[in-house]
Design a protein around this ligand. Structure first.
Ligand code: ZN
Length: 248
């Protein structure tokens, strides 16, 4: 199971560890020595999953920044310096996000000129709604736990925000008819959508506005007709996105 979709400036790629072939440290090396160290410390399924995520990251960086792009990434934690932080493109030209669920690895990438940060979240659509609601209930009490779709949108927004779960998930609010999410402490809203992903999974992505308040027209120009700058889309359905590309 592998595939891809695009949404505005965001390229989303996914693949299953079940189809992953044995990778090598040499292939991970393009992403930097720290990634090789992490790979060598893993074994079994964890190593396969890690190598697959790095291969997808490399593919996503090339898709956004061109075939000759520098593939080096950093995963240094912004708080403690350990190699378990969010994935960042070392060259700074590409915003990246990674999510895992079951056998699936999902990677999202977008040009840094288009957004200050992106987030992707995937969850297994296992239909055990009651168990999932019970797990999420403490985070949202006294309100009811969100639907699986809404939960993936909340997680995607918090990843795009960059503070992740240091922001209370229940504090993320959504405009009723517009696919915008509001996060306490963030000046501008996030575009968010549940995308057509692989069967059996729910996949959402979120995009922060560009870092510059007034990017040049060249930088701000949308790549696809279904993309609009945050606030510009007055009546777009919440479930948005491009049709899935052919399976790879
Ligand atoms: Zn840390």
């Amino acid at each position: 199971m592998g595939g891809s979709t695009t949404w505005g400036p965001v390229t989303v790629l996914w693949a299953s560890t079940q189809q992953a072939t044995r990778s090598t440290a040499r292939r991970v090396a393009a992403l930097g020595d720290a990634q090789v160290d992490r790979y060598r410390a893993l074994d079994g399924r964890a190593a396969v999953r890690f190598a697959l995520s790095r291969a997808l990251l490399a593919e996503a960086i090339r898709a956004v920044a061109g075939p000759d792009a520098d593939l080096a990434i950093s995963t240094t934690c912004e708080r403690c310096g350990a190699e378990h932080g969010r994935v960042r493109h070392a060259g700074g030209q590409v915003e990246l996000s990674v999510s895992y669920a079951g056998d699936l690895v999902v990677v999202a990438a977008a040009p840094a000129v288009a957004t200050a940060g992106i987030g992707v979240d995937v969850e297994t659509d296992d239909a055990d709604e009651a168990r999932r609601a019970a797990e999420l209930a403490p985070l949202f009490a006294p309100e009811a736990a969100p639907s699986l779709e809404k939960w993936t949108r909340i997680e995607a927004v918090l990843k795009a925000d960059g503070r992740a779960l240091r922001v209370e998930p229940a504090a993320v609010t959504f405009s009723e008819h517009i696919p915008l999410a509001h996060v306490p402490g963030a000046a501008l809203p996030f575009e968010v959508a549940t995308l057509p992903g692989p069967a059996g999974y729910v996949l959402s992505a979120a995009v922060a506005p560009p870092a510059e308040a007034a990017p040049s027209e060249e930088q701000a120009r949308p790549r696809r007709s279904n993309w609009e700058a945050p606030g510009a889309s007055a009546r777009r359905a919440t479930r948005a996105g491009a049709p899935p590309a052919a399976s790879r």
